[in-house]
Each structure stands twice: as C-alpha cells, then as structure tokens.
Write a protein that binds this ligand. Sequence first.
Ligand code: ATP
Ligand code: MG
Length: 380
Amino acid sequence: MPVLPPSNESRERLEALLATAVDGIVIIDKAGSVQVYSPACERLFGYVSDEVVGHNVKMLMPSPYHEQHDDYLDHYKTTGEKRIIGIGREVVGRRKDGSTFPMYLSVGEGRFNGEAMFVGIIHDITDAQAAQQALREVQSELLHVSRLSAMGQMASALAHELNQPLAANMNYVNAALRTLEPLKRDEVRLAGELLAKAAAQTARAGQIIRRLRDFIEKGQSVHALAELNDVVEEALGLALVGAAVANVKVQRRFQRGLKPVSIDKIQIQQVVLNLVRNAIEAMQGGTHSVLTIATFATGNNRVTVSVSDTGPGLAPEVEGKLFLPFTTTKDTGMGIGLSVCRSIIEAHRGKIWAGTAEGGGALFSFQLPTREGEAEHDDT
Ligand SMILES: Nc1ncnc2c1ncn2[C@@H]1O[C@H](COP(=O)(O)OP(=O)(O)OP(=O)(O)O)[C@@H](O)[C@H]1O
Ligand SMILES: [Mg+2]
C-alpha cells in the first residue's frame, strides 16, 4: 500500500488506528484507485481488502454515483471546484451483494510524496434513518389523532346544536297533531298521518344524535402519572422532524425536579405539537428564527409550559378569538389547532393563554395542576 508510511513504527500505529476505527476509512489516489480500505469497511461493504485495494472506488457506489465518479474527479482536477471534499454529505453505498445503504461520507484531501490523496470516512446511517422514519410515522399519527379529536369536538358541538331545533320541531308537530284530532274530515286525517310520520322521523334523528354524542363522550382519555419534561421533550422530538425546521434554532429551558403530573400523555403531546407547529409556521421565511420552549413550576402545585417564537406575533384580527374553532389567518389552515389545545388543557383542569414574547413574537403558555394540586382541587 503506497500511502502507508515506510517506517515500521508509524506504519504499525496507522494500521492499529485503521483496525480500531468504528467508521470505515477509504483512501484513494487522484485517479480514484483505492489505496487503503480499513477493516470496518469489510463489515460495511462485504468486500475483503484484497478485492478492493487497487481497484476504482466507484465499485463501492451504486448508480448514478458509480458512473459519475470519474468525471467528478476530473472536474475537480481541472477546476478545483469541491462538491464534497472538506464538507461531507449523505450518500449511498453499494455492498458486494448489490444491496445499498445510506451513509454519511466526509472527504478530506491530503498529499503524500507530492501526490494528491483523498481520505473518505464512512459512517453508516441506516439506523438513524430508520429512527427518523419511525418518528415521522408517529408524528403523522399524532396529527391524525389531533384532527380526529377536533372532528369529535365539532361533532359534539353539532349534536348539541341540532338537538334543540329537533326538540322544538317535535313539539310543533305534536301540537299540530293535537289541534287536528277533533276534526273528522278525510283530508285532515291524512294530514294527521303525515304529521305522525314527520314526528317519528324527527324522533329518529334525535336518537341518532344522542348515540353520536354518547359515542364521542365515551372516548375516555387515559390519565397516568408522568414527568412533564420527558413528555415535552418527546413531543418536541416529534414536532421537529422534517425539513421545514432546518433553519430554526431550538432553545430548551427546562426546570429540573418538577412535580409529576397526572395527564393523558398523548393529548398533552398533541398540545405541544400544535403550539410548536404554529410557532414554526409563524417563523417560516424569517431569519434567525428561534423557538424557545420552557417548563417551570408556578407556585407550589402548578407547572407551566411555554412556547415562544421570533415570528411576527399575533395578527390583530385573531386576537380575542384565537382559541375558537375555525379562527385562522393561513390559506391552508383549518383553524382548529388552538381550539383542540384549549379543550385538552381544560379537560386537564388547566388553562392556556397567549401573549407576546420578548422581541415581539408569540408566546403561548399552558398550566397544569400537579398531582398534589389536583387532590387539593378535589377537596375544595
Ligand atoms: N406562534 C404564532 N404566531 C403568530 N400567530 C399565531 C401563532 N400561533 C397561532 N397563531 C394564529 O392563530 C391562528 C389559529 O391557530 P390554530 O393553530 O388554531 O389554527 P391554524 O394553525 O391556522 O390551522 P390548523 O392548526 O388547523 O392547521 C393562526 O392561523 C394564526 O393566525
Ligand atoms: Mg395550527
């Protein structure tokens, strides 16, 4: 291997380093021929060293990298323009059996005996990508739950609203029936029969609506004791998956040692998710975007979570009705995120409110009773 130092001691040292490195190390010369192929690479690619050393490195790459690599090296030689050297990026590796895997490749350039050499360090990111994918799935599931719970809320309100006119309708029909009863003419009797049918259909509509309400209200939530910081951290992880947050800096200000809360974890995570998504949406297109999420004890028996951003703050036209369903300033928004948040927090005997953050962005906070706070509440 020409690139290895000739002296025995440094050679041994370098070989020990290559043998113990967890990430794969490949060194190529300026023509792309592999000079060094570390033992970790044997595990990653399935080729042993002899099968690779002396051959073109493109054998470790699938299409289209495979076909492009020679041109890329030529391009670099003639123009000096770097696409990966000194930077590194996510690429795809090809194993001996033809299968591929995602990897992070960082490439450095060096010189040996006056010749340019490129050192590539290969980190297998299969697990990291699978974890990201799993997170993305859970996130979309949570959003789906959020939408469902909003629909449940709407259906419940709708059921309530419809019940009243239905009951009134029933009363009118019955009154009309009683009015007609003493009259004996045939046409009147027919009208009476039609009215009785109308009454039966109205009763049926009422029943459907009652059943719907029962169904929604039976969707009981599961409360368990939880550490608020953990719940928030987990929700934050879910909320931040995705490319839209690439330019947002996230600051955590978690107070340690908070008393546990008895909550429906999924629901509280939905609240955090909705607030964080709103904050990120508000900061889209801005520069120096910072999302701050804080937890702290409030008095003895309450804990508060706040989410603030460096966006434009609340639009005057939504102030005062932020938490009502269908309040939105977004073209694609339904305006239900915050109304869902409010119903969840209120079901937990907490409160949620909005304000202005230092610097003019929006600040949303919600407060929950701790377990002891809840017990106190029950006694009074
Ligand atoms: N962090 C924020 N900064 C500025 N305005 C906000 C922020 N969060 C919410 N708002 C305002 O409150 C409105 C209502 O928010 P909400 O989450 O209820 O609905 P949405 O985000 O518009 O739509 P949906 O959540 O249903 O997709 C938003 O349209 C926006 O005008
Ligand atoms: Mg929203």
